[in-house]
Design a protein around this ligand. Structure first.
Ligand code: MN3
Length: 214
């Protein structure tokens, strides 16, 4: 990831704001990236400006080391470093048109772990639907296996030494303008724009042992 150290900037999306139409609308993408993510970037920079001893840590290192940080900064780092990492991860994980399914080793691992792609998607959708309040559903790799997990708020799987492969943001700001209160419809539309190439790259990094080089 570029711009992995303080000061953080809001990197432009690798596609146009309307690129995920008709599945995720342009206005949502604009507010989500240019406003919501920007706020996490600004707040993270503020925390780090006030705590210069943490400025040498990468974004991933900040999150992975939360339990070892001074108590007073744990929550602001969890919320804001998590908010930056999770949003960048989510946006990078979108593509339109997308490959409709993964291929290669990731597909094999998903089928081995969940039965088939439909069962996998069903489990991921259930995880996304059952996040109470705001959070994310993730496909992660942990101890050599794939798992579906949920995180609340801007908590990040890196804090628990899980390696993220794919994420869906289920905060209402990710879908409310288009899908209103119907999170299930958003999850079905999100499925149409999953960047499986990116997910495969992540999984291959994990398999090569590059996952936790930080
Ligand atoms: Mn969000």
């Amino acid at each position: 990831m570029e711009n992995n150290f303080y000061p953080f900037v809001n990197l432009p999306l690798p596609y146009e704001l309307n690129a995920m139409e008709p599945f995720i609308d342009e206005k949502t993408m604009y507010l989500h990236h240019d406003k919501h993510l920007q706020t996490y970037i600004d707040n993270l920079n503020k925390v780090l400006t006030e705590n210069p001893g943490l400025q040498a840590l990468s974004l991933e290192q900040l999150i992975a080391n939360i339990p070892r940080l001074p108590k007073a900064v744990q929550k602001p780092v969890r919320n804001n470093a998590g908010g930056v990492y999770n949003h960048r991860f989510y946006f990078e994980g979108l593509a339109n048109p997308s490959e409709t399914e993964p291929s290669g080793k990731l597909q094999q691992a998903i089928c081995a772990g969940f039965g088939n792609m439909e069962k996998f998607y069903g489990a991921l959708k259930s995880a996304g639907l059952s996040v109470f309040g705001s959070g994310y559903a993730w496909l992660v790799a942990v101890r050599g296996r794939l798992q579906i997990v949920q995180t609340a708020n801007q908590n990040c799987p890196l804090e628990q030494s899980m390696f993220p492969i794919l994420a869906v943001d289920v905060w209402e700001h990710a879908y409310y303008l288009k899908h209103f209160n119907v999170r299930a419809a958003y999850l079905d539309d999100w499925r149409q724009v999953v960047n499986w190439k990116k997910a495969e790259e992540r999984y291959n990094e994990y398999l090569k042992g590059k996952g936790f080089r930080f």
